[in-house]
Write a protein that binds this ligand. Structure first.
Ligand SMILES: CC(C)(COP(=O)(O)OP(=O)(O)OC[C@H]1O[C@@H](n2cnc3c(N)ncnc32)[C@H](O)[C@@H]1OP(=O)(O)O)[C@@H](O)C(=O)NCCC(=O)NCCS
Length: 184
């Protein structure tokens, strides 16, 4: 993806920077964020975890990983992790935001903007997200970003000591039968 920042009324989407470390730890070290993320998001979130993340985000390969900057500081992240092999046209779409920034439409604006950019640049044919059954705010974000609810995956995940259903959402960006992805 082009590395240009996307400026939105309430946030900026831009590549992660080494200087984001302290803000990343401050916003990410939160059980209420961790509880809604996959196992790759640690808790507690230490400076070493931030170092590892900033290295990963600096070399995303076919995936996209951007910081969500609010009021001049990195306050969350949004990305699309590229599938492999026959699933190279599908990306796992995800995001999180520091709790101090919740409830202002920021995740919705970020999700809409990134999905639109991926569509415009023809980077993936399909975006997917699995949301834990207890996370209606994220379901709402996805719905407002043009995703549709595909299925309930019963007992699909284990989180915070519980077995839970996930809700699979997708946004299809290219019709099946399309010839290729990418700028060509
Ligand atoms: C989910 C998350 C990204 C939302 O960020 P946000 O910037 O507060 O979201 P927005 O303000 O753009 O939109 C939230 C929507 O959910 C709604 N909402 C919030 N809590 C809700 C609840 N308990 N039940 C139903 N809807 C709820 C809001 O009303 C809003 O919808 P509306 O604009 O139609 O009123 C944020 O809470 C977060 O980072 N959570 C932890 C990590 C996470 O869940 N990541 C996603 C994993 S799938």
């Amino acid at each position: 993806m082009t590395q240009l920042a996307t400026e939105l009324p309430n946030c900026v989407l831009r590549p992660w920077r080494a200087a984001d470390k302290s803000n990343l730890v401050r916003h990410a070290d939160d059980r209420r964020v961790w509880r809604n993320m996959t196992h790759t998001f640690p808790h507690p979130y230490t400076p070493e975890d931030a170092d590892l993340w900033l290295r990963i985000a600096a070399n995303p390969g076919a995936s996209i990983q951007l910081a969500i900057e609010v009021d001049g500081e990195a306050a969350g992240g949004i990305g699309a992790i590229a599938g492999e092999g026959i699933f190279c046209g599908t990306a796992q779409f995800g995001y999180w935001l520091g709790e101090a920034c919740w409830g202002h439409g920021i995740a919705t604006a970020a999700a809409r903007a990134l999905a639109s950019r991926i569509a415009a640049e023809r980077l993936f044919a399909r975006l997917e997200a699995q949301v834990f059954e207890w996370n209606p705010a994220s379901m709402r974000v996805l719905e407002k970003a043009g995703f549709t609810r595909d299925a309930v995956l019963r007992s699909a995940a284990t989180k915070d000591g519980r077995l839970l259903d996930t809700v699979l959402y997708s946004r299809v960006l290219a019709k099946s039968g399309a010839v290729s992805l990418g700028p060509g």
